[in-house]
Write a protein that binds this ligand. Structure first.
Ligand SMILES: Cc1cc2nc3c(=O)[nH]c(=O)nc-3n(C[C@H](O)[C@H](O)[C@H](O)COP(=O)(O)OP(=O)(O)OC[C@H]3O[C@@H](n4cnc5c(N)ncnc54)[C@H](O)[C@@H]3O)c2cc1C
Length: 191
């Protein structure tokens, strides 16, 4: 049983996992397929880099998650279920494996079909029209919560199609997840 399952290992999911792993929560990232950011090799609008390739962000993110004690498994999640609220959740993968977690961060951009079993708990909003935009997003509160113990980040949550937004949104979801798990405001200072 993990304390945090992250579904989707793009920039939003990896950033969320870096936070939860660093906070000491047992964290598993389940992901398959290339993150969208890997389709560009010249992101130029991040405050940390003059120019950076998407592949490099993802590779560094995966290294950071593992260095902090998190796990990453290549797997497509087909169903996310729970028997009653507050959980725990069970993520079933294409191969039939199951993983349980007390809390979940969804960061799968436009792929939200695996949330179907939770349809009574989750509300969607329409996506914005545009060339690269998603059809729909999960509606969340100000703390990225879609429902109790389920957080959503990046393009799964917001239409703003920017790497910096997805990274920040992953961090925000995770800070709130850790705060909820401790029942106090979580502050992570690297002194
Ligand atoms: C061609 C292109 C150029 C871009 N250029 C820029 C740019 O210059 N500057 C900028 O700021 N942004 C740019 N972006 C946008 C940026 O890449 C995205 O906004 C950002 O990467 C979204 O991150 P995310 O984590 O929400 O989603 P993603 O990066 O898509 O991550 C989601 C991950 O979840 C996986 N997944 C989906 N469903 C499942 C499932 N059921 N089980 C397991 N895993 C699953 C996906 O395969 C993927 O790996 C560009 C995007 C594209 C496509």
């Amino acid at each position: 049983m993990y304390e945090t399952l992250v579904v989707g290992g793009g920039v939003a999911g990896l950033q969320a996992a870096v936070f939860t792993a660093k906070a000491g929560l047992e964290t598993l990232v389940l992901t398959s397929g290339d993150p969208l950011v890997c389709r560009t090799d010249k992101i130029q609008n991040l405050v940390t880099h003059e120019r950076v390739a998407g592949d490099q962000i993802v590779e560094t993110g995966r290294e950071r998650v593992r260095a902090l004690g998190g796990e990453i498994e290549e797997a497509t999640v087909t169903d996310l279920t729970r028997e009653g609220t507050p959980g725990p959740f069970t993520a079933t993968t294409e191969s039939g494996e199951t993983h349980t977690g007390s809390r979940v961060v969804v960061a799968t951009a436009g792929n939200l079909d695996f949330l179907e079993p939770l349809s009574e708990e989750i509300v969607y909003t329409d996506g914005r029209e545009g060339e690269f935009t998603m059809d729909r997003h999960v509606r969340t509160d100000d703390a990225n919560r879609a429902t109790e113990n389920l957080y959503v980040a990046g393009l799964a949550n917001t239409w703003e199609y920017q790497t910096a937004v997805a990274i920040g949104d992953g961090a925000k979801a995770a800070v709130n997840l850790v705060s909820d798990s401790r029942d106090e405001a979580y502050v992570d200072h690297d002194w």
